[in-house]
Ligand binder design. Structure first.
Ligand code: 5AD
Ligand code: SF4
Length: 434
């Protein structure tokens, strides 16, 4: 029996797919890349922006033919979209070839859901729980792993659907996380990424803080090369965290700090709870303690009510801060979120124009930042053979920049020293040195 999982969205979903794969393999399934030979197909969905959702519907429509030809194949849809009633209703009404719907909180129940479907031959829907803290799952790679430290989000940014889909914040106990990271490091994992929607507020529900977790990991885990975390929220970025990050060697000197907008007015309307000055101060503090820190961000263009001046404020802030890289998004009103009901939505053509203006402003900065890396030597974790060239390997610097270099594929999973020899705005190129 074979399975194939299609994963949309963020690292939380990627990790959930690893967990689903683990369960399927315990049930005797093996992975395949070819959906035509799969006996079980899962779509692990994302709903953060409208196009993420449309992609899933498109793929579900396209798979209908295969399901008709092979009715015994089990088709499951899971992930964030299935945590919302309207998306579930669309699946039940328009995509009746789907056999199982489950949520982010009940991945562990998959074996039961499969057997229930097999015995009843009815659609099985189970999405009740939000609690999905994991333990002991296999990972897609054997050198780098995600570890959930918390689930959910309490922030309710007015554009964002995540708190409705993944529920309230819930942290895992420190000792459980430490044990899991220790086990992974002992099994030879070199890089661990701690995952949560807002890791900076980790532990609030347990009377702990995120820096406490980092110090506990530093004290207990001896044989790990790189510890990463994501995502952060500027409102919860404490001086203690900056201190911990600068002191603990194994923590990657990379901070992903979503800005969203450079206008204090827009930030207020987004319910972000910081001003553009607060943000700039945090950047100064980070760079004071760690001058070489790599700083990346998320920016939303065209939020409801965004004026031309607000947009220019975002561009101005980007020019001042000089991010190493950024994920940029056009605002997508998500039904059920407060901002989607606003009447002052920005027309699509203005959003696209502003989006292009933002890219025109930030790409030269990324280029300048990468140029400054020329001649420097970085420790790099080798990830894979390069997508575009068989003779090249791809990896990430400890500061999280993508870098390509010549090398034998046996180096995948190893840490090597690479000297930067050339660059584009988005990647570095280099050569391995001893
Ligand atoms: N429209 C556009 N971008 C969004 N994001 C979250 N919700 C939306 C939305 N409705 C972006 C934010 C967040 C990233 C993961 O996705 O920038 O940080
Ligand atoms: Fe969404 Fe804001 Fe929570 Fe991030 S912090 S998941 S943007 S509500």
């Amino acid at each position: 029996m074979k399975y194939k999982i299609f994963t949309y969205g963020c690292q939380a979903n990627e990790h959930d797919s690893e967990r689903i794969a683990y369960i399927l393999e315990k049930l005797g399934y093996t992975a395949t890349d070819d959906e035509k030979e799969a006996d079980f197909i899962a779509y692990n969905t994302c709903l953060i922006r409208e196009n993420a959702e449309l992609k899933v519907y498109g793929h579900l429509g396209a798979i209908k033919k295969l399901k008709r030809e092979k009715p015994e194949m089990i088709l499951a849809v899971c992930g964030c979209m299935m945590q919302t009633g309207p998306a579930r209703d669309v699946i039940k009404e328009k995509y009746s070839h789907v056999d199982i719907i489950f949520g982010t909180g009940n991945i562990d129940k998959l074996p039961e859901l499969i057997s229930l479907h097999k015995t009843t031959n009815q659609i099985v829907v189970d999405v009740d729980s939000y609690i999905d803290l994991d333990n002991g799952y296999i990972r897609a790679h054997d050198f780098t792993a995600y570890v959930n430290i918390m689930t959910g989000c309490d922030n309710f940014c007015t554009y964002c659907i995540v708190p409705y889909a993944r529920g309230r914040e819930k942290s895992r106990p420190i000792n459980e996380i430490v044990q899991e990271v220790k086990n992974l490091a002992n099994r030879g994992y070199k890089e661990i990424t701690l995952l949560g929607q807002n890791v900076n507020s980790y532990g609030k529900d347990l009377g702990h803080t995120f820096p406490e977790l980092l110090y506990a990991l530093d004290a207990e885990v001896k044989n790990l090369d790189i510890l990463r975390f994501m995502t952060s929220h500027p409102k919860d970025l404490s001086d203690e965290l900056i201190e911990a990050m600068s002191k603990i060697d194994m923590i990657a000197k990379h901070f992903h700090l979503p800005l969203q907008s450079g206008s204090t007015k827009v930030l207020k309307e987004m319910n972000r709870k910081y001003s553009s000055d607060d943000y700039k101060l945090l950047v100064r503090k980070l760079r004071d303690k760690m001058p070489d820190i790599c700083l990346t961000t998320d920016i939303i263009v065209g939020f409801a009510g965004e004026s031309e001046q607000d947009h220019l404020d975002t561009i101005e802030l980007c020019k001042e801060v000089e991010f190493d890289s950024a994920f940029t998004f056009i605002y997508s009103p998500r039904p059920g979120t407060p901002a989607a009901n606003r009447e002052d939505q920005i027309p699509e053509e203005i959003k696209s124009r502003r989006f292009q203006e933002l890219l025109d402003a930030i790409y030269p900065i990324f280029n300048k930042k990468n140029k400054a890396e020329l001649g420097k030597t970085h420790k790099v974790i080798v990830e894979s053979v390069s997508k575009n060239n068989d003779e090249m390997l791809s990896g990430r610097t400890f500061s999280n920049k993508l870098i390509h270099f010549k090398g034998n594929k046996e180096l995948i999973g190893e840490v090597v020293n690479v000297k930067v020899t050339s660059h584009t705005s988005f990647t570095l190129e280099g050569e391995i040195i001893d």
